[in-house]
Design a protein around this ligand. Structure first.
Ligand code: HAM
Length: 416
Protein backbone atom coordinates (compact mmCIF):
# COMPACT_ATOMS: atom_id res chain seq x y z
CA UNK A 1 0.00 0.00 0.00
CA UNK A 2 1.31 3.43 -0.88
CA UNK A 3 -0.02 6.98 -0.73
CA UNK A 4 -1.53 8.14 -4.04
CA UNK A 5 1.00 9.39 -6.60
CA UNK A 6 2.18 12.94 -5.94
CA UNK A 7 0.68 13.03 -2.43
CA UNK A 8 2.86 13.17 0.65
CA UNK A 9 2.71 11.91 4.20
CA UNK A 10 4.21 14.34 6.70
CA UNK A 11 5.75 12.52 9.65
CA UNK A 12 7.16 13.81 12.90
CA UNK A 13 9.53 15.56 13.44
CA UNK A 14 9.00 17.26 10.03
CA UNK A 15 5.35 17.83 10.95
CA UNK A 16 6.49 19.99 13.90
CA UNK A 17 7.68 22.53 11.32
CA UNK A 18 4.15 22.55 9.90
CA UNK A 19 2.71 23.27 13.32
CA UNK A 20 5.20 26.09 13.73
CA UNK A 21 4.52 27.53 10.27
CA UNK A 22 0.77 27.46 10.69
CA UNK A 23 0.97 28.95 14.22
CA UNK A 24 3.07 31.84 12.98
CA UNK A 25 0.80 32.51 10.03
CA UNK A 26 -2.31 32.30 12.21
CA UNK A 27 -0.85 34.71 14.76
CA UNK A 28 0.13 37.18 12.06
CA UNK A 29 -3.20 36.97 10.22
CA UNK A 30 -5.15 37.45 13.48
CA UNK A 31 -2.92 40.46 14.26
CA UNK A 32 -3.98 41.91 10.91
CA UNK A 33 -7.66 41.36 11.79
CA UNK A 34 -8.35 38.21 9.75
CA UNK A 35 -10.48 35.35 11.08
CA UNK A 36 -10.11 31.67 10.21
CA UNK A 37 -12.50 30.35 7.55
CA UNK A 38 -13.04 26.61 7.11
CA UNK A 39 -14.78 25.37 3.96
CA UNK A 40 -15.36 21.82 2.66
CA UNK A 41 -12.66 20.04 0.72
CA UNK A 42 -15.23 19.27 -1.99
CA UNK A 43 -17.45 21.80 -3.75
CA UNK A 44 -20.00 21.61 -6.52
CA UNK A 45 -18.12 21.47 -9.79
CA UNK A 46 -19.64 24.79 -10.90
CA UNK A 47 -17.84 26.66 -8.09
CA UNK A 48 -14.58 26.19 -9.96
CA UNK A 49 -15.85 26.83 -13.47
CA UNK A 50 -15.23 30.57 -13.28
CA UNK A 51 -11.76 29.94 -11.90
CA UNK A 52 -10.49 28.93 -15.28
CA UNK A 53 -12.36 27.38 -18.16
CA UNK A 54 -9.25 28.10 -20.22
CA UNK A 55 -6.77 26.83 -17.63
CA UNK A 56 -5.25 23.37 -17.34
CA UNK A 57 -5.94 23.38 -13.62
CA UNK A 58 -9.69 23.30 -14.22
CA UNK A 59 -9.84 21.64 -17.63
CA UNK A 60 -7.40 18.80 -17.13
CA UNK A 61 -6.18 18.57 -13.56
CA UNK A 62 -9.28 18.71 -11.39
CA UNK A 63 -10.30 15.66 -9.38
CA UNK A 64 -13.99 15.42 -10.20
CA UNK A 65 -16.48 12.78 -9.32
CA UNK A 66 -20.20 12.10 -9.16
CA UNK A 67 -21.38 11.29 -5.63
CA UNK A 68 -23.96 8.69 -4.65
CA UNK A 69 -26.69 11.26 -5.04
CA UNK A 70 -25.65 12.00 -8.62
CA UNK A 71 -24.10 15.38 -7.77
CA UNK A 72 -21.07 16.51 -9.75
CA UNK A 73 -18.41 17.46 -7.21
CA UNK A 74 -14.73 18.42 -7.33
CA UNK A 75 -11.89 18.33 -4.84
CA UNK A 76 -10.77 21.92 -4.41
CA UNK A 77 -7.92 22.78 -6.78
CA UNK A 78 -7.45 26.19 -5.13
CA UNK A 79 -8.76 28.26 -2.24
CA UNK A 80 -10.31 31.44 -3.60
CA UNK A 81 -13.46 30.12 -5.27
CA UNK A 82 -14.63 28.32 -2.09
CA UNK A 83 -14.14 31.52 -0.08
CA UNK A 84 -16.20 33.52 -2.57
CA UNK A 85 -18.84 30.77 -2.66
CA UNK A 86 -19.07 30.99 1.15
CA UNK A 87 -19.32 34.77 0.93
CA UNK A 88 -22.13 34.62 -1.62
CA UNK A 89 -23.93 32.00 0.46
CA UNK A 90 -23.66 33.66 3.89
CA UNK A 91 -23.42 37.36 2.95
CA UNK A 92 -21.25 38.44 5.89
CA UNK A 93 -20.65 42.14 6.52
CA UNK A 94 -17.87 43.56 4.34
CA UNK A 95 -14.98 44.01 4.43
CA UNK A 96 -14.80 40.30 5.08
CA UNK A 97 -11.24 39.38 6.07
CA UNK A 98 -10.49 35.68 6.35
CA UNK A 99 -7.49 33.37 6.40
CA UNK A 100 -7.38 29.64 5.71
CA UNK A 101 -5.29 26.51 5.78
CA UNK A 102 -6.35 23.81 3.35
CA UNK A 103 -5.19 21.03 1.05
CA UNK A 104 -5.63 21.54 -2.69
CA UNK A 105 -5.69 18.90 -5.41
CA UNK A 106 -4.29 19.18 -8.93
CA UNK A 107 -3.46 16.15 -11.06
CA UNK A 108 -0.21 17.66 -12.30
CA UNK A 109 2.92 15.75 -13.26
CA UNK A 110 4.56 15.33 -9.85
CA UNK A 111 8.09 16.67 -9.40
CA UNK A 112 10.10 18.42 -6.68
CA UNK A 113 7.91 21.17 -5.25
CA UNK A 114 4.91 20.19 -7.38
CA UNK A 115 2.45 17.73 -5.89
CA UNK A 116 -1.03 16.39 -6.56
CA UNK A 117 -2.06 17.37 -3.07
CA UNK A 118 -0.47 20.54 -1.73
CA UNK A 119 -1.37 22.66 1.27
CA UNK A 120 -1.93 26.39 1.19
CA UNK A 121 -2.00 29.08 3.79
CA UNK A 122 -4.05 31.91 2.37
CA UNK A 123 -5.96 35.08 3.09
CA UNK A 124 -8.74 36.92 1.27
CA UNK A 125 -10.41 40.30 1.74
CA UNK A 126 -13.85 40.54 0.16
CA UNK A 127 -15.58 43.84 -0.54
CA UNK A 128 -12.83 46.49 -0.62
CA UNK A 129 -11.45 48.24 -3.71
CA UNK A 130 -9.16 50.66 -1.84
CA UNK A 131 -5.56 50.06 -3.04
CA UNK A 132 -4.45 50.31 0.60
CA UNK A 133 -5.92 46.84 1.12
CA UNK A 134 -3.76 45.50 -1.73
CA UNK A 135 -0.75 46.81 0.19
CA UNK A 136 -2.02 45.28 3.45
CA UNK A 137 -2.53 41.85 1.90
CA UNK A 138 0.92 41.86 0.31
CA UNK A 139 2.45 43.09 3.58
CA UNK A 140 0.77 40.23 5.45
CA UNK A 141 2.50 37.64 3.26
CA UNK A 142 5.77 39.52 2.84
CA UNK A 143 6.20 39.89 6.61
CA UNK A 144 5.33 36.22 7.16
CA UNK A 145 8.28 35.17 4.99
CA UNK A 146 10.54 37.66 6.76
CA UNK A 147 9.44 36.40 10.19
CA UNK A 148 10.39 32.88 9.11
CA UNK A 149 13.85 34.19 8.35
CA UNK A 150 13.63 33.94 4.56
CA UNK A 151 15.77 36.59 2.90
CA UNK A 152 16.15 35.51 -0.72
CA UNK A 153 12.57 36.22 -1.81
CA UNK A 154 11.54 38.58 -4.57
CA UNK A 155 8.13 40.20 -4.91
CA UNK A 156 6.94 40.33 -8.52
CA UNK A 157 4.12 42.77 -9.19
CA UNK A 158 1.84 43.60 -12.09
CA UNK A 159 -1.57 45.00 -12.90
CA UNK A 160 -3.92 43.20 -15.25
CA UNK A 161 -6.17 46.25 -15.35
CA UNK A 162 -9.94 46.39 -15.39
CA UNK A 163 -12.16 44.79 -18.02
CA UNK A 164 -11.77 47.73 -20.39
CA UNK A 165 -7.96 47.67 -20.13
CA UNK A 166 -7.82 43.91 -20.58
CA UNK A 167 -10.12 43.89 -23.62
CA UNK A 168 -7.90 46.38 -25.40
CA UNK A 169 -4.78 44.47 -24.40
CA UNK A 170 -6.19 41.09 -25.40
CA UNK A 171 -6.89 42.37 -28.90
CA UNK A 172 -3.33 43.63 -29.53
CA UNK A 173 -1.83 40.57 -27.90
CA UNK A 174 -3.85 38.27 -30.13
CA UNK A 175 -2.55 40.18 -33.15
CA UNK A 176 0.96 39.52 -31.91
CA UNK A 177 0.30 35.78 -31.49
CA UNK A 178 -1.30 35.59 -34.94
CA UNK A 179 1.85 37.09 -36.42
CA UNK A 180 3.69 34.11 -34.88
CA UNK A 181 1.09 31.48 -35.73
CA UNK A 182 3.65 29.21 -37.39
CA UNK A 183 5.75 29.05 -34.23
CA UNK A 184 2.68 28.58 -32.04
CA UNK A 185 1.25 25.68 -34.04
CA UNK A 186 -1.44 23.88 -32.01
CA UNK A 187 -1.08 26.37 -29.18
CA UNK A 188 -2.74 28.98 -31.39
CA UNK A 189 -6.07 27.57 -30.22
CA UNK A 190 -5.18 28.33 -26.60
CA UNK A 191 -4.00 31.79 -27.64
CA UNK A 192 -7.35 32.47 -29.27
CA UNK A 193 -9.28 31.26 -26.20
CA UNK A 194 -7.26 33.40 -23.80
CA UNK A 195 -4.36 35.39 -25.25
CA UNK A 196 -2.96 36.14 -21.77
CA UNK A 197 -2.40 32.48 -21.00
CA UNK A 198 0.78 32.22 -23.09
CA UNK A 199 2.56 35.19 -21.54
CA UNK A 200 4.34 33.43 -18.67
CA UNK A 201 5.42 30.41 -20.70
CA UNK A 202 8.92 29.15 -19.97
CA UNK A 203 9.36 27.51 -23.42
CA UNK A 204 12.87 28.45 -24.63
CA UNK A 205 11.84 28.63 -28.32
CA UNK A 206 9.14 31.19 -27.48
CA UNK A 207 11.29 33.62 -25.52
CA UNK A 208 12.00 35.98 -28.47
CA UNK A 209 8.32 36.09 -29.35
CA UNK A 210 7.44 36.76 -25.69
CA UNK A 211 10.08 39.46 -25.31
CA UNK A 212 8.56 41.44 -28.18
CA UNK A 213 4.94 40.97 -27.01
CA UNK A 214 3.11 44.19 -26.08
CA UNK A 215 2.99 45.08 -22.36
CA UNK A 216 -0.26 45.40 -20.45
CA UNK A 217 1.12 48.52 -18.75
CA UNK A 218 0.62 50.51 -21.95
CA UNK A 219 -3.07 49.56 -22.12
CA UNK A 220 -4.22 50.29 -18.56
CA UNK A 221 -7.21 52.62 -18.21
CA UNK A 222 -6.67 55.77 -16.14
CA UNK A 223 -8.45 54.22 -13.16
CA UNK A 224 -6.35 51.03 -13.33
CA UNK A 225 -3.10 52.94 -13.77
CA UNK A 226 -3.89 55.15 -10.79
CA UNK A 227 -4.82 52.14 -8.61
CA UNK A 228 -1.57 50.43 -9.55
CA UNK A 229 0.50 53.56 -8.86
CA UNK A 230 -1.12 53.82 -5.42
CA UNK A 231 -0.26 50.19 -4.62
CA UNK A 232 3.37 50.66 -5.63
CA UNK A 233 3.70 53.84 -3.59
CA UNK A 234 2.12 52.11 -0.57
CA UNK A 235 4.56 49.20 -0.80
CA UNK A 236 7.51 51.56 -1.10
CA UNK A 237 6.29 53.48 1.95
CA UNK A 238 6.46 50.24 3.97
CA UNK A 239 9.89 49.46 2.57
CA UNK A 240 8.63 46.43 0.62
CA UNK A 241 10.82 46.07 -2.47
CA UNK A 242 9.05 44.86 -5.60
CA UNK A 243 9.89 44.22 -9.23
CA UNK A 244 7.39 45.31 -11.88
CA UNK A 245 6.84 42.27 -14.06
CA UNK A 246 4.58 43.07 -17.02
CA UNK A 247 4.31 39.44 -18.11
CA UNK A 248 3.08 38.21 -14.72
CA UNK A 249 -0.56 37.27 -15.45
CA UNK A 250 -1.15 34.37 -13.01
CA UNK A 251 -2.93 31.16 -13.84
CA UNK A 252 -6.63 31.75 -13.20
CA UNK A 253 -9.32 33.50 -15.24
CA UNK A 254 -10.71 35.47 -12.30
CA UNK A 255 -7.79 37.88 -11.87
CA UNK A 256 -8.20 41.62 -12.43
CA UNK A 257 -6.01 44.61 -11.52
CA UNK A 258 -3.17 43.93 -9.02
CA UNK A 259 -1.43 40.54 -9.25
CA UNK A 260 1.70 39.42 -7.41
CA UNK A 261 3.95 36.48 -6.77
CA UNK A 262 6.79 35.79 -4.34
CA UNK A 263 9.73 33.98 -5.96
CA UNK A 264 12.29 32.19 -3.79
CA UNK A 265 15.78 32.71 -5.22
CA UNK A 266 17.00 29.46 -3.68
CA UNK A 267 14.53 27.26 -5.60
CA UNK A 268 14.44 26.10 -9.24
CA UNK A 269 12.60 28.47 -11.57
CA UNK A 270 9.92 25.84 -12.26
CA UNK A 271 8.78 25.76 -8.60
CA UNK A 272 10.12 28.99 -7.16
CA UNK A 273 6.68 30.56 -6.61
CA UNK A 274 6.19 30.17 -2.87
CA UNK A 275 3.08 32.35 -2.84
CA UNK A 276 0.93 34.38 -5.14
CA UNK A 277 -2.35 36.15 -5.49
CA UNK A 278 -4.15 39.18 -6.73
CA UNK A 279 -7.45 40.96 -7.18
CA UNK A 280 -10.58 39.26 -8.45
CA UNK A 281 -12.96 42.20 -8.48
CA UNK A 282 -15.77 40.50 -10.41
CA UNK A 283 -15.80 36.95 -9.08
CA UNK A 284 -18.47 37.44 -6.40
CA UNK A 285 -20.88 38.88 -8.99
CA UNK A 286 -20.04 36.15 -11.46
CA UNK A 287 -20.93 33.61 -8.80
CA UNK A 288 -24.34 35.20 -8.28
CA UNK A 289 -23.48 37.52 -5.38
CA UNK A 290 -23.29 41.27 -4.95
CA UNK A 291 -20.53 43.40 -6.46
CA UNK A 292 -17.59 42.84 -4.11
CA UNK A 293 -14.08 43.79 -5.27
CA UNK A 294 -11.63 41.48 -3.54
CA UNK A 295 -8.01 40.46 -3.18
CA UNK A 296 -6.06 37.62 -1.59
CA UNK A 297 -3.20 35.15 -1.85
CA UNK A 298 -2.27 31.54 -1.33
CA UNK A 299 1.13 30.26 -0.26
CA UNK A 300 2.19 26.63 -0.63
CA UNK A 301 3.40 25.17 2.67
CA UNK A 302 5.59 22.49 1.03
CA UNK A 303 7.32 25.09 -1.11
CA UNK A 304 7.81 27.54 1.75
CA UNK A 305 9.49 24.73 3.68
CA UNK A 306 11.70 23.90 0.68
CA UNK A 307 12.75 27.56 0.61
CA UNK A 308 13.42 27.42 4.38
CA UNK A 309 15.58 24.31 3.84
CA UNK A 310 17.51 26.05 1.08
CA UNK A 311 18.15 29.08 3.29
CA UNK A 312 18.79 27.03 6.44
CA UNK A 313 16.00 28.60 8.48
CA UNK A 314 13.17 27.03 10.51
CA UNK A 315 14.95 23.71 11.21
CA UNK A 316 12.97 20.72 12.46
CA UNK A 317 13.12 20.69 16.27
CA UNK A 318 15.73 18.27 17.60
CA UNK A 319 13.81 17.52 20.79
CA UNK A 320 10.44 15.87 21.00
CA UNK A 321 10.08 16.36 24.75
CA UNK A 322 11.73 18.22 27.65
CA UNK A 323 11.93 15.37 30.13
CA UNK A 324 12.03 11.57 30.01
CA UNK A 325 11.03 9.46 32.98
CA UNK A 326 13.33 6.48 33.60
CA UNK A 327 11.85 3.93 35.96
CA UNK A 328 14.38 1.56 37.54
CA UNK A 329 12.06 -0.01 40.12
CA UNK A 330 8.74 -0.57 38.41
CA UNK A 331 6.64 1.28 40.97
CA UNK A 332 3.43 3.05 39.97
CA UNK A 333 5.34 6.29 40.63
CA UNK A 334 6.50 6.53 37.00
CA UNK A 335 2.97 7.06 35.71
CA UNK A 336 2.23 9.59 38.45
CA UNK A 337 5.41 11.62 37.94
CA UNK A 338 4.84 11.62 34.19
CA UNK A 339 1.32 12.93 34.62
CA UNK A 340 2.44 15.63 37.07
CA UNK A 341 5.18 16.79 34.70
CA UNK A 342 2.77 17.06 31.78
CA UNK A 343 0.16 18.92 33.81
CA UNK A 344 2.88 21.37 34.92
CA UNK A 345 3.53 22.25 31.27
CA UNK A 346 6.57 20.08 30.69
CA UNK A 347 6.59 17.91 27.58
CA UNK A 348 7.44 14.49 28.93
CA UNK A 349 7.52 10.85 27.89
CA UNK A 350 8.69 7.45 29.17
CA UNK A 351 9.42 3.96 27.89
CA UNK A 352 6.88 1.18 28.33
CA UNK A 353 6.99 -2.53 28.88
CA UNK A 354 9.57 -2.79 31.70
CA UNK A 355 12.66 -2.04 29.57
CA UNK A 356 16.18 -2.33 30.95
CA UNK A 357 17.88 0.80 32.32
CA UNK A 358 20.17 0.90 29.26
CA UNK A 359 17.22 0.77 26.87
CA UNK A 360 15.36 3.44 28.82
CA UNK A 361 18.33 5.81 28.76
CA UNK A 362 18.71 5.08 25.03
CA UNK A 363 15.09 6.07 24.49
CA UNK A 364 15.64 9.18 26.61
CA UNK A 365 18.54 10.21 24.34
CA UNK A 366 16.54 9.60 21.18
CA UNK A 367 13.70 11.73 22.51
CA UNK A 368 16.05 14.72 22.68
CA UNK A 369 14.99 15.37 26.28
CA UNK A 370 17.16 17.71 28.29
CA UNK A 371 16.44 15.90 31.55
CA UNK A 372 15.95 12.33 32.69
CA UNK A 373 13.81 11.99 35.79
CA UNK A 374 15.13 8.77 37.32
CA UNK A 375 13.11 6.76 39.79
CA UNK A 376 15.56 4.47 41.62
CA UNK A 377 15.04 2.10 44.57
CA UNK A 378 16.86 4.17 47.20
CA UNK A 379 15.38 7.51 46.05
CA UNK A 380 11.95 5.99 45.85
CA UNK A 381 12.07 4.84 49.49
CA UNK A 382 13.05 8.35 50.54
CA UNK A 383 10.37 10.07 48.46
CA UNK A 384 12.99 11.44 46.08
CA UNK A 385 13.76 11.27 42.35
CA UNK A 386 17.04 11.99 40.57
CA UNK A 387 17.03 14.61 37.85
CA UNK A 388 19.88 14.12 35.42
CA UNK A 389 20.92 16.79 32.93
CA UNK A 390 21.41 14.60 29.86
CA UNK A 391 23.88 16.99 28.25
CA UNK A 392 26.22 17.61 31.17
CA UNK A 393 25.54 14.38 33.06
CA UNK A 394 25.05 16.36 36.29
CA UNK A 395 22.52 14.85 38.62
CA UNK A 396 20.59 16.24 41.61
CA UNK A 397 18.00 14.75 43.95
CA UNK A 398 14.62 16.42 44.23
CA UNK A 399 11.56 15.54 46.33
CA UNK A 400 9.21 13.49 44.17
CA UNK A 401 6.25 15.67 45.03
CA UNK A 402 8.16 18.79 44.01
CA UNK A 403 9.85 17.60 40.83
CA UNK A 404 7.20 18.94 38.45
CA UNK A 405 7.29 22.46 39.89
CA UNK A 406 11.08 22.29 40.16
CA UNK A 407 11.49 21.36 36.47
CA UNK A 408 8.88 23.89 35.38
CA UNK A 409 10.97 26.61 37.04
CA UNK A 410 14.14 25.20 35.45
CA UNK A 411 12.48 25.20 32.04
CA UNK A 412 11.54 28.89 32.40
CA UNK A 413 15.13 29.64 33.38
CA UNK A 414 16.63 27.91 30.37
CA UNK A 415 14.24 28.15 27.45
CA UNK A 416 15.43 26.20 24.45
P1 HAM B 1 -1.65 29.49 -7.12
O1 HAM B 1 -0.53 30.37 -7.60
O2 HAM B 1 -2.16 28.49 -8.06
O3 HAM B 1 -2.78 30.45 -6.60
O4 HAM B 1 -1.16 28.72 -5.82
C1 HAM B 1 -0.66 29.42 -4.70
C2 HAM B 1 0.62 28.76 -4.21
O5 HAM B 1 0.38 27.39 -3.93
C3 HAM B 1 1.75 28.75 -5.23
O6 HAM B 1 2.47 29.96 -5.19
C4 HAM B 1 2.58 27.59 -4.72
O7 HAM B 1 3.37 28.02 -3.61
C5 HAM B 1 1.55 26.63 -4.20
N1 HAM B 1 1.24 25.58 -5.18
C6 HAM B 1 0.41 25.65 -6.25
N2 HAM B 1 0.35 24.49 -6.90
C7 HAM B 1 1.18 23.64 -6.25
C8 HAM B 1 1.54 22.27 -6.42
N3 HAM B 1 1.06 21.52 -7.41
N4 HAM B 1 2.42 21.72 -5.54
C9 HAM B 1 2.92 22.46 -4.52
N5 HAM B 1 2.60 23.75 -4.30
C10 HAM B 1 1.75 24.34 -5.15
C11 HAM B 1 -3.96 30.07 -6.06
O8 HAM B 1 -4.23 28.93 -5.77
C12 HAM B 1 -4.88 31.22 -5.77
N6 HAM B 1 -6.11 30.71 -5.11
C13 HAM B 1 -4.19 32.26 -4.90
C14 HAM B 1 -5.07 33.42 -4.61
C15 HAM B 1 -5.76 33.67 -3.47
N7 HAM B 1 -5.37 34.40 -5.45
C16 HAM B 1 -6.22 35.24 -4.86
N8 HAM B 1 -6.46 34.80 -3.68
Amino acid sequence: MRAPKGMLDVLPPESARWTELVARFAARAERFGYGLLLTPIVEHYEVFQRVGETTDIVRKEMYEFVDRGGRRLALRPEGTAPVVRAFVEHRPVTPWKVWYLAPNFRAERPQAGRYRQHWQLGAEVIGVDDPDIDVEVIDLLHGFYRELGLRDVQLLLNSMGDAESRDRYRAVLLEHWRAHAALLGDEMERAEANPLRLLDSKRPDWQDMLATAPNIGSYLSDASASHFAHVQAGLSQLGIAHVNTPRLVRGFDYYTSTVFEFAAGALDAAQNAIGGGGRYDRLAEEMGGPAAPSIGFGSGIERVLLACDAEGVLPAPSARVDAFVVDLVGTPDAALVLSELREAGIAADRAYGGRSARRQFGAADRSGALWAVVIGARESEQGLVAVRDLRSGEQVEVKRKEVAAWLAAKKDEAPR
